[in-house]
Write a protein that binds this ligand. Structure first.
Ligand SMILES: Cc1ncc(COP(=O)(O)O)c(C=O)c1O
Length: 297
């Protein structure tokens, strides 16, 4: 695989980045991470990703042993060494291994790692052009009271079960619900729906996606009516337009929800709101306020 990883203070090929099976990041999913992307040689909203990563670390009592400036420098260096122009750049910190015989997380030596690999799409441009088939899964997202979804985490068993439900129903991905049956988020994305002329996205029980924030800011700038609050599954099913937001592909149009064409539209027609937000999202990748060029050697 093309790319570059950083582990144990060294830059290595992605295949050589390995951790112990005794690391609690593996054994317990005890870790946090963040994913930024580089598009045409520039990071997008890197400061926002760093803010979120350090907030996640603090909530989980994890110490990457590096300052924010050092983490940023590692991200730049991974991309620079990879030679990639479009990259998926992940930073992560695992709990590490405890003192021999101990079950006390405070005795663990936390571990910081990073990698840059070719851009990963939740839905690639060809799939985005025809739209993604989404189901509303009856699997519930882990409640916020148990695992705070604002902390980016690897507790993905609920998402994986949702994906299997989607495949069984001939769809491509799934959004999970909360205990009240409201829509939350899916594997790697937030969800938006245009309902009665109002762009709605869930307020709670979700990761505060950087792409979600970008869409919210764009919608505000366009003067679009916005509702950040509970989104009922029934509203998603009758919405005029539905799209996902993710670092892995930006604004991703949904063609069908539970097998029914969104807004009764013909294939490939996603409606004007989605289309404009999609264009504006990529347009911001040219805006100096949001991008930073990968540092040369
Ligand atoms: C569970 C979950 N929700 C939402 C998102 C979207 O967040 P962002 O826009 O920062 O990529 C992700 C991204 O990986 C995610 O894992």
């Amino acid at each position: 695989m093309q790319g570059c990883a950083y582990i144990d203070d060294r830059y290595v090929a992605p295949e050589d980045a390995k951790i112990s099976i005794f690391d609690w990041g593996f054994l317990h999913g005890d870790a946090t991470y963040d994913v930024a992307h580089v598009w045409q040689g520039r990071f997008f909203r890197l400061d926002d990703h760093l803010d979120r990563f350090f907030a996640s670390l603090a909530r989980l009592h994890l110490d990457p042993g590096r300052t924010r400036a050092q983490v940023r420098a590692v991200m730049h260096e991974c991309v620079r060494r990879s030679g990639l122009r479009d990259a998926y750049v992940e930073v992560l910190c695992t709990r590490g291994r405890p003192a021999p015989g101990s079950r006390d997380p405070r005795t663990c030596t936390n571990r910081f790692m990073a990698f840059a690999i070719p851009f990963i799409w939740i839905a690639d441009p060809a799939k985005q052009a025809r739209g993604v088939d989404l189901v509303v899964s009856d699997v519930q997202r882990i409640p916020s009271a148990s695992v705070d979804p604002r902390t980016k985490n690897y507790h993905w068993l609920d998402f994986v079960m949702g994906l299997f439900q989607a495949y069984e129903r001939g769809a491509e991905t799934a959004v999970l619900v909360d205990a009240a049956g409201n829509v939350t988020e899916g594997p790697g994305f937030n969800v938006f729906a245009l309902v009665d002329g109002v762009l709605a996205t869930p307020a709670a029980g979700v990761l505060e996606g950087i792409s979600r924030r970008t869409v919210i800011e764009l919608a505000q700038a366009q003067g679009l009516p916005l509702r950040i609050g509970p989104l009922a599954a029934a509203e998603l099913r009758r919405a005029d337009e539905v799209f996902l937001s993710s670092t892995g592909g930006g604004v991703i149009p949904i063609a069908r929800v539970d097998g029914v064409p969104v807004g009764g539209r013909a294939a490939g027609d996603f409606g004007p709101v989605t289309r404009r937000l999609q264009q504006d999202y990529w347009g911001l990748h040219e805006d100096p306020r949001f991008v930073e060029t990968v540092a040369p050697a």
